[in-house]
Design a protein around this ligand. Structure first.
Ligand SMILES: CC(C)(COP(=O)(O)OP(=O)(O)OC[C@H]1O[C@@H](n2cnc3c(N)ncnc32)[C@H](O)[C@@H]1OP(=O)(O)O)[C@@H](O)C(=O)NCCC(=O)NCCS
Length: 300
């Protein structure tokens, strides 16, 4: 489809206001928080893979009507090799300009960018069966894995807790200063069998998971050590979980009674630690009057 009068080009300083406004009109979650040009630019300081210059915009009549961002990541392939990947983020077209091929053209530009940069891979997340999902498939992306969000009520949390039973020789505690290097090591050990694990540096960990608490892309809450559960066996960290109590943080589309398990990681073979983590989290959720427990998990 041709797009007469629409210019596709790379970001230039000054575009951030138009991009923030477009994101607000395209995504309910961004609208909920109210993304600004400042928060968009600020993100580049927190995430080294996010460079404003790697955004591509569609401009019509001097207005930004479409946008895609290519975020640099490294993912693990096979045993222990990490390769660069062009992560496609925040693809959006102004509502009144949709259905004219702008999104597809943005994606073609993003793919060209990835090829020029020499990225061996490009990837993205999207909702299964959405208009965007069809568009991505049409330009060549394929489904590699699916995940589902599981919800548990109070009764189910209690049942899970009952099934955990008593585990000996595992200590559960919250985050303490200086834990991050060991948490990162645990993450890497846990991810060893998986292809597709996203590489994290210690700076990434500190900036996103210790100095602040990631809630949704550009938005953060204050870091609370109580949100991190850590298991130890024989003096070694063997697992951890990051959780969010929605009554303490504004999380779009979730009621304040929700407790979210954001990340649950344990060293291979340390099943006692996994059971202890789940047991401790259920205890905590129930004591904090959580009525709905949420956890996302890949579908086998
Ligand atoms: C996804 C999105 C970027 C597509 O942009 P677009 O400029 O309409 O893209 P295209 O014109 O190339 O069409 C892509 C698909 O959207 C469909 N579409 C057309 N008009 C539409 C409209 N008014 N509203 C929603 N989707 C529409 C098209 O039919 C096409 O799907 P199909 O060919 O399988 O039927 C746009 O719908 C959008 O900004 N959505 C909100 C943000 C979002 O969800 N982004 C994806 C995050 S993973």
């Amino acid at each position: 489809m041709s797009n007469p009068g629409i210019i596709f080009r790379r970001y230039k300083p000054g575009d951030e206001e138009g991009i923030a406004s477009l994101l607000n009109s395209s995504f309910e979650s961004f609208r909920e928080y109210g993304i600004t040009k400042e928060s968009w630019l600020e993100y580049g300081k927190i995430d080294e893979g996010f460079k404003p210059g790697n955004a591509i915009v569609a401009e019509y009549d001097g207005r930004i009507i479409g946008h895609v961002h290519i975020v640099n990541r490294k993912i693990k392939i096979g045993d222990n090799k990490y390769v660069d990947i062009g992560g496609i983020a925040n693809v959006s077209t102004l509502p009144e300009m949709r259905g004219k091929g702008v999104g597809t053209k943005l994606m073609m530009n993003a793919i060209e960018y990835c090829l020029n940069e020499g990225f061996p891979l490009s990837g993205l997340f999207t909702g299964y069966g959405s208009a965007a999902h069809r568009m991505y498939r049409r330009v060549g992306y394929e489904d590699t894995f699916l995940y589902s969000v599981f919800l548990g009520t109070i009764d189910e949390m209690k049942r899970v807790k009952d099934n955990c039973g008593r585990v000996e020789n595992v200590i559960v505690r919250h985050y303490e200063n200086g834990d991050e290097e060991k948490l990162l090591k645990t993450y890497l050990e846990w991810g060893r069998p998986y292809t597709g694990l996203v590489e994290r540096s210690i700076e990434y960990w500190r900036k996103k998971l210790v100095e602040r608490s990631a809630v949704h892309t550009f938005f953060y809450g204050e870091f609370d050590p109580e949100e991190v559960f850590i298991t130890m066996e024989e003096g070694e960290i063997t697992g951890y979980a990051y959780i969010t109590l929605c009554k303490r943080k504004k999380v779009p589309f979730k009621t304040p009674e929700t407790g979210v398990i954001r990340e649950l990681v344990f060293k291979p073979g340390c099943l006692k630690s996994l059971v202890s983590l789940i047991d401790a989290i259920m205890d905590y959720f129930l004591s904090e009057d959580v009525k709905l427990c949420e956890v996302a998990s890949p579908i086998d």
